[in-house]
Design a protein around this ligand. Structure first.
Ligand SMILES: N[C@@H](CCC(=O)N[C@@H](CS)C(=O)NCC(=O)O)C(=O)O
Length: 213
């Protein structure tokens, strides 16, 4: 098994936290996507979509998409459980993961990749070139605020996103908060008290702290 990984990008970072939480030891190749290492060499033969993360299995199968990789790892190492123990909890984990990814991550990505900070012609990940649409920077900002307001409200009524314990839904949203802070230089948790309480609790987890160090 081999993981293609880059700790400085949100999708692989979520998988990195899951691996640390589960105490797994997986051979890893780091591809620095900021230096374009995923677009050169033979990585396209592993993952034609040229995105990270990807998990190559010993039988030659290659799993891309962080949610699919995490689902696989959860079957491989069931404890600590991160994807939900019963039908309701599993559905709530997937629901909050989807909300976080579609409303949060995609808004941050829109804000980042359509700005001058990002190389031209690469407004979406993957092998196809897409030009920037500058108006999406402002729309992305608006989406980021709406998303973290929603998460803050949820965390005002629930200790964690899917209920009273930490799950993969929290890992995803936690990574997106970090990504939003990195992109906008404005920490969404600085002025939202429930989000801050939850961020500090996750920051203190040994597996998370080991990756943040
Ligand atoms: N849906 C995929 C998204 C993968 C993705 O877009 N990865 C980004 C890093 S977060 C990437 O590889 N970007 C490379 C590029 O933009 O060229 C997942 O959840 O893993």
């Amino acid at each position: 098994m081999k993981l293609y990984y880059f700790p400085g990008a949100p999708s692989p970072r979520k998988v990195g936290i899951v691996i640390a939480e589960k105490g797994l030891d997986i051979p890893t190749e780091i591809l620095n996507i900021r230096a374009g290492e995923h677009r050169t060499g033979d990585y396209a033969a592993v993952n034609p979509n040229v995105t990270v993360p990807a998990l190559e299995l010993d039988d030659g199968a290659c799993i891309t998409e962080s949610l699919a990789i995490v689902h696989y790892l959860e079957q491989l190492q069931t404890e600590p459980n991160l994807m939900g123990r019963d039908a309701t909890e599993q559905a709530l984990v997937l629901m909050w993961h989807d909300i976080a990814t579609l409303e949060g991550y995609l808004g941050i990505q829109e804000r980042f990749r359509n700005s001058e900070a990002f190389p031209a012609g690469r407004a979406l990940p993957g092998p196809t070139g897409y030009e920037r649409i500058p108006a999406l920077v402002e729309r992305g900002d608006k989406r980021i605020h709406a998303f973290f307001d929603k998460i803050d409200r949820r965390l005002g009524e629930s200790e964690y996103l899917a209920g009273d314990r930490y799950t993969y839904a929290d890992i995803a949203a936690y990574v997106y908060r970090w990504f939003a802070h990195w992109v906008t230089k404005d920490d969404p948790a600085a002025h939202r008290k429930h989000l801050r309480r939850w961020t500090e609790a996750i920051d203190a987890r040994p597996a998370v702290a080991s990756l943040n160090a």
